[in-house]
Design a protein around this ligand. Structure first.
Ligand SMILES: [Zn+2]
Length: 322
């Protein structure tokens, strides 16, 4: 949880379900009544394919239930390596940016979501010791203000009730993921502030902001154990050996579990649509869907900020919004 919210809760002296957010302005009046059935979710991601590996089944579920879901991709993924040997060919390498646009369009179609590019340049994952600086002009190298204004414009146009992004560590230490966190949190605040970017549309208060927390050791261990029970060798042994159970730090931050097992096939199909980025024979797809449905039918999130009163834990990102 966001420290500010926790301390505010403590000041309020609440016991039991945590409540906070005194200053929420509901999209008031007639318009709110007319739109009561239409809730809107904006999922902000760094690269094409992130939307299919982080919270994908949740977005597919909300879209299938009749809500509007907009995936925003901040960069074009131009510097991503080609991770699928079958796609590592000169004709693909030459036009990787265009290929990734096509892959993203297909993935959005599979998930049933709307999609928007914010149009920034992938920073790539710096490698080496010491790490080289991110390339000039790339998303993580430019001032925050430009991406912030574009995201605020989009938030004010789409008017999401809920936004999702990554935690302050990026969920994964890629400079674009950390930047994704920074720009999303800043946009959550700035979109509601009429003094910020007055030319970027009417202010809009997003009710809740979440971080994706799908990468959990406990889930990995359960699946690994299931391989063993079935007389098979699971693919996660080296991960689990290096990952101290005491340091499943994301697990401790989870506030919200979304049941979405019915949408796991869509999640996998969407991920496979990013054919340059995912090896269809890779470990992501080795655990049978039946095990995943039975052992871990949810995706996890952390409520980071809220302008509506909430009661934790939750099972719905829109809880408290209506
Ligand atoms: Zn990424």
């Amino acid at each position: 949880m966001d420290d500010g919210l926790l301390s505010r809760t403590a000041e309020n002296g609440n016991i039991g379900p945590r409540t906070y957010g005194q200053n929420y302005r509901h999209p008031a009046g007639k318009a709110a009544k007319a739109q009561v059935s239409e809730l809107r979710l904006m999922a902000v991601h760094a690269h094409p394919d992130d939307e299919s590996s982080k919270g994908a089944a949740t977005t597919a579920r909300y879209a299938a239930e009749g809500h509007r879901v907009l995936v925003v991709t901040l960069t074009g993924g131009e510097r991503g390596d080609i991770l699928n040997p079958a796609m590592d060919r000169p004709d693909v390498r030459e036009r990787v940016a265009a290929v990734r646009r096509q892959e993203m369009a297909r993935a959005a179609e599979i998930l049933g979501v709307e999609h928007s590019w914010l149009g920034f340049l992938d920073s790539g994952l710096p490698e080496g010791d010491p790490l080289p600086p991110v390339p000039e002009g790339s998303f993580a190298a430019i001032p925050l203000e430009g991406p912030l204004e574009r995201l605020v414009t989009l938030v004010r146009a789409f008017r999401p009730h809920v936004m999702t992004t990554y935690d302050e560590n990026g969920g994964y230490p890629h400079p674009d993921h950390i930047r994704c966190h920074e720009v999303s949190v800043a946009a959550y605040e700035a979109a509601a502030d009429h003094l910020r970017f007055p030319g970027a549309g009417d202010p809009w208060s997003v009710a809740k902001l979440y971080y994706n927390h799908g990468f959990l050791r406990e889930r990995m261990q359960l699946l690994q154990d299931e391989f063993a029970r079935n007389g098979r060798t699971g693919p996660f042994a080296s991960w689990l050996e290096r990952w101290d159970p005491e340091h499943d730090h994301m697990a401790r931050r989870v506030t919200t579990r979304i049941e979405c097992a019915d949408y796991f096939p869509q999640r996998d199909d969407a991920l496979r649509a990013h054919a340059t980025q995912i090896d269809p024979t890779g470990h992501f797809f080795t655990a049978p869907l039946e095990w995943q449905r039975r052992l871990w039918p949810t995706e996890e999130f952390e409520l980071a900020r809220s302008r509506v009163p909430v009661s934790l834990p939750e099972t719905d990102l829109f809880e408290g919004v209506q």
